[in-house]
Design a protein around this ligand. Structure first.
Ligand SMILES: [Zn+2]
Length: 301
């Protein structure tokens, strides 16, 4: 027989489980994305990928915004789409968690980007599930960027199409001013997880993430080794947004899985996705707890 107390305890237990970031689920989402094959911007496969992401979000009851735009690429204008899931808050402040879902176009190679493009997109779907189970002080938005990859040769004009577009749009409509933190994830599924200490990222926010990782016992995966990465956080950093990039740029022996047909699902793990997921969820709590001032550079005004 179940008394009232037993039922109540059971409900709490179920809620606690639902609110946890589940790496196995993130990997399952990634697997489904990879099954669409190579997913470069403008391809049939990326259109199927978009429909899949949007259908999953709507099934979770998320508010979805489709941000359609045209990328001016060296191969001509290309229709692209950022996908945004909104989780309303009360404070007026906003935190963004972002990552890309396109894969690099590599003619002649069957490049499915399990880690590069797949892991970030699958991670964000699991994050959406976590966020639907809790109320928030701050508005939280998840963004799936299109067009992160260069079409020809990486440059300021041939890369980061989705993030450049959204940073410009959010600057114009006033959204950027409400963002207390932007956390971008990329290539976070590697079984051998080494998150690079990106020196382009905002220092106080990066230090906050590294502190949280240490506290959760994941310090060895968040490197002391420094590098400078150009990724989807850059267009926001350039406009004064507090932003950090969580990326593992050491993928396979001598980075040999990166941008090759070796970037397949067997090279990534649920554990790595879960580590990054738990660190990001805990960082969100810290940001809310401190009224959005945690991880902010007070000197930047
Ligand atoms: Zn890439």
């Amino acid at each position: 027989m179940y008394g009232k107390k037993a039922v109540f305890t059971l409900a709490i237990a179920v809620m606690a489980r639902a609110a946890d970031f589940n790496g196995a689920e993130a990997l399952a989402f990634t697997r489904r994305l990879v099954a669409f094959g190579p997913r470069p911007s403008g391809s049939d496969a990326i259109h199927k990928t978009q429909a899949y992401i949007i259908a999953e979000l709507k099934a979770m009851g998320c508010q979805v915004i489709q941000d359609d735009f045209t990328g001016s690429t060296p191969l001509g204008p290309t229709a692209m789409k950022n996908i945004i899931a909104r989780f309303p808050g009360k404070s007026g402040r906003m935190v963004a968690i972002t990552g890309h879902y396109d894969t690099k176009s590599m003619p002649g190679t069957y490049f499915v980007g399990a880690n590069d493009g797949g892991s970030s997109a699958g991670f964000l779907l699991e994050m959406a599930k976590v966020l639907t189970h809790a109320a928030h002080q701050d508005e939280i938005v998840l963004v799936w960027f299109d067009g992160e990859e260069a079409v020809a040769q990486w440059s300021d004009y041939d890369s980061l199409y989705g993030s450049r577009h959204l940073a410009e749009k959010w600057a114009a409509d006033g959204t950027l001013a409400r963002i207390t933190a932007l956390i971008n994830v990329d290539m976070i599924g590697d079984r051998d997880l080494d998150i690079l200490k990106d020196m382009n990222s905002s220092e106080p926010l990066r230090e906050l993430v590294w502190r949280v990782a240490d506290r959760l016992g994941y310090g060895k995966h968040f490197l002391r080794y420094e590098g400078s990465v150009e990724d989807d956080h850059i267009p926001f950093l350039r406009r004064g947004v507090n932003a950090v990039d969580l990326i593992d740029l050491d993928y396979g022996p001598h980075n040999s899985f990166w941008h090759t047909d070796q970037d397949t699902v067997d090279k990534i793990s649920a554990e790595s996705l879960q580590i990054v997921g738990r660190v990001v969820v805990e960082t969100l709590k810290e940001l809310e707890r401190d009224d959005g001032t945690a991880g902010r550079d007070h000197h930047r005004g």
